[in-house]
Write a protein of this length. Structure first.
Length: 366
């Protein structure tokens, strides 16, 4: 949302969010490490969330937190209403107590799941992390406005300490704390973007910092390979620094996006993904799992694919995901207090370039 009386969506943010979600889907369908290196989706999405949180906090901190939680949780509740009974019906040998199942209602930690339900529950760490960063945002913003650079670096230093002492919080809480710290710096960089502080930095400075972060993280991962070889995502500190580098570069500039309206297929895709972002994220891994499960029962191996089995699987997954979006996406409309629609395609609002904060120089257009 632009400043003052300018009304309209920030299509640059919309495009970044769409690219991030599409990359997540592609990575889970085709787990190629290079996809993570091309675009660190999670760091970018948390940075976008932090930026969008600032203006709401300035109006009313309590209302901002409540609104974000309201928009986040209903889609999870629907998933829980479907997944938990199915997991119980399929057999859940180590089923947790009912109080633990309440994490499907308010996920302050990863909701429990059986092996059958893991494709659904395995992606919920993102919602848990997002929820905690929303809850911490009023405090983080006050800290940032008093000590901006130390607040950006605080989560990173906390992650370093946690890496040195991994058993400090136990397994369940430790996983939550690790994720909050890993993406906390990206979230606070979103504050820096919205406050206009990134726009004050010289382009050469930002590019140098971004390049140093990316190169340093890649170098550390190369010199410290894991059991499966070079794995940046398996080194939390390195992956955080890598994500910071991308976020710095992506949020320093605010390119004009009028061209997007002229490329209607891409424009429609960006709008659709943003309209159903939570539904797509929650259900994409389930859709991919369904596609794999259906391959043999449907005897799809009979199709002369000439080595394109993965493409066939992905086509089935996209079809299953489209069904989920059509059947359940309207929950996002209700959560946002909009009229519920089955179709994720809606008329795009009038394009407006976001105005720069009044106290900061205008971002460099590219």
């Amino acid at each position: 949302m632009a400043e003052g009386t300018v009304v309209g969506r920030d299509r640059y943010f919309d495009t970044l969010r769409a690219v991030a979600i599409i990359r997540v889907v592609l990575f889970h369908a085709f787990p190629i490490a290079a996809l993570e290196l091309v675009f660190p989706s999670m760091g970018v999405m948390f940075a976008l969330g932090g930026s969008l949180m600032v203006k709401s906090l300035d109006r009313s901190a309590s209302r901002a937190v409540k609104n974000r939680v309201r928009r986040l949780l209903p889609a999870l509740w629907v998933m829980g209403l479907i997944a938990v009974p199915l997991m119980l019906q399929q057999g859940w040998p180590d089923r947790p107590s009912w109080p633990h199942l309440l994490l499907w209602a308010f996920p302050i930690a990863d909701p429990p799941s059986s092996e059958f339900g893991y494709p659904a529950a395995g992606v919920l760490w993102y919602l848990v992390t997002y929820l905690w960063l929303v809850l911490l945002s009023p405090l983080l913003l006050r800290l940032y406005r008093r000590w901006n650079l130390p607040t950006v670096l605080l989560p990173l230093f906390g992650l370093m300490l946690l890496t040195a002492y991994p058993n400090t919080f136990g397994e369940t809480a430790g996983w939550v704390v690790q994720n909050v710290l890993a993406f906390g710096s990206c979230w606070v960089l979103g504050f820096a973007h919205r406050e206009g502080d990134l726009a004050k930095l010289r382009p050469s400075t930002v590019l140098s910092l971004a390049a140093a972060c990316v190169a340093g993280a890649l170098g550390w991962a190369y010199l410290h390979p894991g059991e499966n070889g070079i794995d940046l995502t398996g080194i939390p500190v390195a992956y955080t620094v890598f994500s910071i580098g991308f976020v710095l570069a992506l949020l320093r500039w605010s390119p004009r996006m009028e061209w997007l309206a002229r490329v209607r297929p891409i424009d429609g895709l960006v709008s659709m993904v943003n309209n159903r972002a939570v539904t797509i994220y929650l259900w994409h891994n389930v859709a991919i799992t369904i596609a794999v499960m259906l391959f043999d029962p449907l005897e799809l191996w009979r199709i002369p694919t000439q080595g394109l089995e993965d493409v066939v699987d992905f086509s089935i997954a996209i079809t299953a995901l489209a069904v989920a979006v059509l059947a359940l996406g309207w929950v996002e409309d209700l959560a946002a207090r909009r009229r519920p629609r089955l179709s994720p395609f809606v008329k795009r609002p009038e394009l407006q370039q976001p105005a720069a904060p009044s106290h900061a120089p205008a971002p460099v257009a590219v």
